[in-house]
Design a binder for this molecule. Structure first.
Ligand SMILES: Cc1cc2nc3c(=O)[nH]c(=O)nc-3n(C[C@H](O)[C@H](O)[C@H](O)COP(=O)(O)O)c2cc1C
Length: 198
């Protein structure tokens, strides 16, 4: 067992030009630092160039394929994480393709880890993306926590400087989710260690 702090990777799922995602992700990363239970790594998928064409061999045969470009660095950052928070908009009632590509290029990185969500968007506020992501991560043997943070019509909540006009409710949601992530991350890190030692 190690006494080093648990690591939480906060993943910015949208990569489009002019995206709002980094504002939401930076707000959440600040909440996570204030919460204090995790070391935070803010992972921006826009910095990585994983192709939409997935590897020729299935992950069950080759769980850690060579990723092109700087993709190996992304794999290393995801491997190092004990827990994840995925920051996602709703795009046509689901999550963006950039996020699906990044998820599908990885396998062991999600295995027996815990995942939370921060959603934002128009009327549906990321909630449809989050429900679809739960099914995807279930297939990858990850545990998604019950609570999430959602910003329907995010432009009504965020000031131009990235702060929230009425923060209390969203801060409470973030803290509840972080508490759940910490419980699961602690349990799963110990269990993964026990598995490795067996
Ligand atoms: C193609 C497209 C589809 C969208 N579909 C939805 C949707 O189904 N539900 C919703 O609430 N918002 C929807 N939106 C609004 C986005 O969630 C919103 O523009 C958000 O800012 C996108 O995230 P980004 O700015 O970080 O890229 C859609 C936007 C686009 C461009």
């Amino acid at each position: 067992m190690t006494s080093s702090p648990l690591r939480l990777a906060v993943i910015i799922g949208s990569v489009r030009e002019g995206r709002f995602g980094p504002v939401v992700a930076n707000w959440f990363a600040d909440q996570a630092r204030l919460h204090g239970a995790f070391e935070i790594d803010l992972v921006d998928l826009a910095e990585y160039d994983l192709p939409h064409a997935l590897p020729a061999v299935s992950p069950r045969m080759e769980p850690n394929p060579v990723r092109p470009g700087n993709g190996m660095e992304l794999a290393r950052r995801l491997t190092a994480a004990d827990a994840f928070v995925v920051v996602t908009p709703d795009i046509n009632r689901s999550f963006p393709a950039s996020l699906k590509t990044a998820i599908d290029w990885h396998y062991t990185q999600w295995d027996r880890k815990t995942i939370g969500f921060v959603g934002y968007g128009g009327n549906t506020g990321g909630l449809l993306a989050i429900e679809d992501l739960r099914a995807v991560f279930n297939e990858l043997n990850a545990h998604t926590v019950r609570d999430n943070v959602a910003f329907p019509r995010y432009y009504l909540h965020f000031a131009p400087d990235g702060s929230l006009s009425d923060p209390a409710e969203h801060e409470d949601s973030a803290n509840r989710m972080l508490d759940q992530l910490h419980w699961w991350a602690t349990a799963l890190a110990a269990a993964r260690g026990a598995t490795l030692a067996a």
